[in-house]
Ligand binder design. Structure first.
Ligand code: HEM
Length: 454
């Protein structure tokens, strides 16, 4: 907290809870917007504990305790049953949800895929997606749903770095399958949080079977075809994953493991980046001064071109805006773990089986950690400012930290700078997005903005 922030209006935020709620009220609120179960106190206290149904839960916002959960005492806090129940039907025992040895070897095998060099090689695909988005914006008039456009742009990227060139992927139907799955499954997650046993069948699970089957078939065909045809001249994520092996055991992934991890990249990487971009563009419309400054940087760096990986170092303010968007609207706004042993966090007793929640949304707006936490100010991240460790967690931290931050940041920078250099975005009265958590933090009602040429 080094610089003095100027006072300004606040962009939309979630209405946090100020009264004590019973289980039914909490359940109803959470079905509406899971972030609404976060008490206001979570933005001022280190820990807030409670009991819902027969489950004790703790929301942890103190950086030191978060370090204990995510790093020092990782084995006590594996990903929660909630997370696993929601995601397992879609992405199997892949990197995102595996634990212990099965997670470790996959992480070792997958890490080299995401080196800076490999990502930079894939950046032309990101520039092409940015270019296509610019073409779409230039032919549309009046209000444009920027969220829909950003979902399309990041889907172009993720589908072209996974299954492209095999003709096996019908992108529209896979896209539909992912959305249907997330929509129908995530809404019931509170049933898991309050501890209804995992064997109770949930109606939503029945909906997604055919969509998931279709997605897996498409992925399997793409992998088999690529194995037959060999790698592309510039290896994409599928090629790199096919080559990957655990350096310690030399183990390589079988077909199911390859497929589950590729689908993980799609589920974990596509919508999260689209949300980051959507909120960033919305915030630029919210604060036109920021937008003008961003445009000046982008125009001077790009000179009318679409951005490439080589431009990224010349776009520091673009990076600040993206980091601030990730602070105010972290796509993974709520992470949860299930304690496997008794522990103490912030002086509070944690019992085995307690649910430990990491409300990243509240952490990023905590009054002890951020000055004017609800205000939008990219200057917070000026001059490479790095917040105190564990106080800013858009990508998590510790061994289970996201594998794709560099991928996401390069993609977001290329797309945001390209768009802002060419277009002006303005808010539309009464149509500001409302942040709603459905597995990720989404803008309810999309992000309709007036788009004109800059
Ligand atoms: C702005 C975009 C992104 C955000 C905000 C984001 C956020 C996160 C977070 C918070 C976690 C940790 C979850 C936890 O600890 O419970 C995570 C894990 C993960 N993310 Fe991302 N992510 C993004 C982009 C990506 C991309 C582009 C990819 C891949 C192409 C990706 C793949 C993964 C994987 C595989 C994991 C699991 C890692 C492990 O457990 O070893 N993410 N992400």
């Amino acid at each position: 907290m080094t610089h003095v922030l100027r006072s300004r209006a606040e962009p939309p935020k979630v209405k946090l809870v100020t009264q004590v709620w019973g289980p039914i009220q909490s359940l109803m609120a959470a079905r509406r917007n899971i972030l609404e179960i976060i008490p206001m106190a979570a933005t001022r206290q280190p820990i807030v504990s409670g009991r819902t149904g027969n489950v004790n839960w703790h929301m942890v916002m103190q950086p030191k305790a978060l370090g204990r959960i995510l790093n020092e005492n990782l084995d006590t806090y594996p990903k929660s049953d909630v997370t696993k129940n929601i995601l397992k039907p879609a992405i199997g025992e892949s990197l995102f949800i595996a634990e212990g040895a099965h997670w470790r070897w996959q992480r070792r095998a997958v890490s080299p895929v995401f080196t800076h060099r490999n990502i930079a090689n894939l950046a032309p695909i990101m520039s092409a997606a940015a270019d296509a988005a610019c073409v779409r914006f230039s032919t549309s008039t009046g209000a444009v749903d920027v969220y829909e456009e950003m979902v399309a742009a990041t889907f172009d990227v993720i589908s072209n770095v996974t299954f492209s060139g095999t003709d096996a992927m019908d992108s529209a139907s896979v896209h539909h399958a992912i959305n249907r799955y997330i929509d129908q499954t995530a809404r019931v997650s509170l049933f898991d949080i309050i501890g209804i046993p995992t064997w109770v069948p949930r109606i939503s699970r029945l909906f997604q079977t055919s969509a998931m089957k279709r997605m897996k078939q498409v992925a399997d065909t793409a992998i088999k075809t690529r194995k037959r045809l060999g790698a592309k001249p510039i290896p994409d994520l599928l090629d790199l994953l096919l080559e990957g092996e655990d350096p310690e055991t030399k183990r390589q992934m079988n077909l199911a493991e390859l497929r589950d991890n590729l689908l993980t990249f799609i589920v974990a990487g596509h919508e999260t980046t689209a949300l980051t971009l959507s909120w960033a563009v919305y915030l630029c419309a919210f604060d036109e001064e920021v937008q003008d400054k961003l445009r000046a940087e982008a125009q001077s760096a790009l000179q009318g071109r679409v951005a490439t990986a080589k431009d990224c170092d010349a776009l520091p303010y673009t990076e600040q805006v993206i980091k601030e968007a990730l602070r105010l609207y972290p796509p993974a706004a709520f992470i949860s773990r299930t304690a496997q042993a008794d522990d103490v966090l912030c002086g509070c007793k944690i019992k085995r089986k307690d649910t430990v929640m990491l409300p990243i949304y509240a952490l990023h707006r905590h009054h002890d950690l951020w000055q004017n936490p609800d205000q939008f100010d990219p200057e917070r991240f000026a001059d490479g400012y790095r917040p105190e460790r564990y106080s800013y967690l858009p990508f998590g931290d510790g061994p289970r930290i996201c594998i794709g931050p560099q991928f996401a940041m390069i993609e977001a920078k290329i797309i945001l700078a390209s768009l802002i250099s060419r277009f002006k975005f303005q808010r539309i009265a009464e149509r500001d997005p409302k942040p709603v958590m459905v597995l990720t933090l989404r803008p309810q009602g999309g992000v309709p903005l007036k788009v004109t040429r800059a």
